[in-house]
Design a protein. Structure first.
Length: 271
């Protein structure tokens, strides 16, 4: 991974959420420097008001694109034209295309043909052709920060009840409490964790291994990304590939190699 890689981040505002922009740009920083940050959409629409704070906070340049005809999306064309202009400058090393729209499939293919690395960002509903057209695809659901539920307000202290004086008429009895329990608010359903693709992992290790069956973990990760661009350990509840493989200790063997006190490299093999 080259930290100095110059990247152009192009965001389709019609198919992206402002709530993930912080985590998305942090993810982009893993692959290089976001030298260009542009977002495309019709910002005269009330649907785009949530983007304003995010644009100012992250210095993202908005590219206004009016909807010339009802039902037609002119944003895609503007984004594609800009991407090709940036490509022809020859000053950048890769593109980050933020959209769940399959219309950008050919753009991703063309950018890769031009020697660019293409990182795609989109929701799980993204069509497979666009995913496969990217070198690496990251689901934005993995980047979405869950909002913490607000703490329940403290109940005000009930005033002390005064005892009625002798001979005074008794106060009316409060209405009887109902025995029915309040229905708690429904919890947001946890996303289902997909089954671990053991066969794919074993094949990746086999294809990356030496004559003794051991493979460098980095080479395994590179192979997985090439074969399946949307492969991500976070989909299976783990942040790192090594942590994911350790969940199947009877299937994969891991060991660290390197000088004492120095940097270590992780190697893995099929058991």
């Amino acid at each position: 991974m080259d930290e100095q890689k110059r990247l152009a981040v192009l965001i389709d505002a019609d198919n992206a959420e402002p709530g993930v922009i912080d985590a998305l740009l942090a993810e982009v920083a893993k692959y290089g420097t976001a030298s260009v940050k542009r977002i495309y959409g019709d910002f005269t629409s009330t649907l785009m008001t949530q983007w304003k704070k995010a644009l100012l906070r992250h210095s993202i340049t908005p590219i206004q694109q009016f909807a010339y005809t009802s039902g037609k999306n002119a944003t895609d064309s503007a984004m594609i034209i800009d991407a090709m202009d940036i490509l022809y400058t020859g000053r950048y090393d890769g593109f980050c295309l933020v959209s769940s729209d399959s219309d950008f499939t050919r753009l991703a293919q063309r950018l890769r043909e031009g020697g660019q690395t293409v990182y795609g960002f989109g929701e799980k509903k993204t069509p497979d052709p666009f995913i496969q057209a990217c070198d690496k695809f990251i689901y934005t659901e993995l980047l979405r920060v869950r909002a913490t539920p607000p703490k329940s307000a403290a109940k005000p202290a009930s005033p002390a009840k005064a005892k009625p004086a002798k001979g005074a008429p008794s106060a009316a009895k409060p209405p009887a409490k109902t025995t029915a329990k309040e229905t708690p608010p429904a919890k947001e359903a946890e996303p289902a964790v997909p089954a671990l693709p053991v066969d794919l992992l074993q094949r990746a290790i086999e294809e990356s291994s030496d004559e003794h069956g051991w493979a460098n973990l980095g080479a395994v990760g590179n192979y997985l990304t090439k074969v399946q661009p949307d492969f991500d350990p976070r989909l299976y509840g783990k942040r790192k590939l090594s942590d994911l493989l350790r969940t199947r200790a009877g299937v994969f063997g891991l060991e660290e190699r390197g000088p004492a006190g120095g940097p270590k490299a992780t190697y893995v093999r099929n058991l």
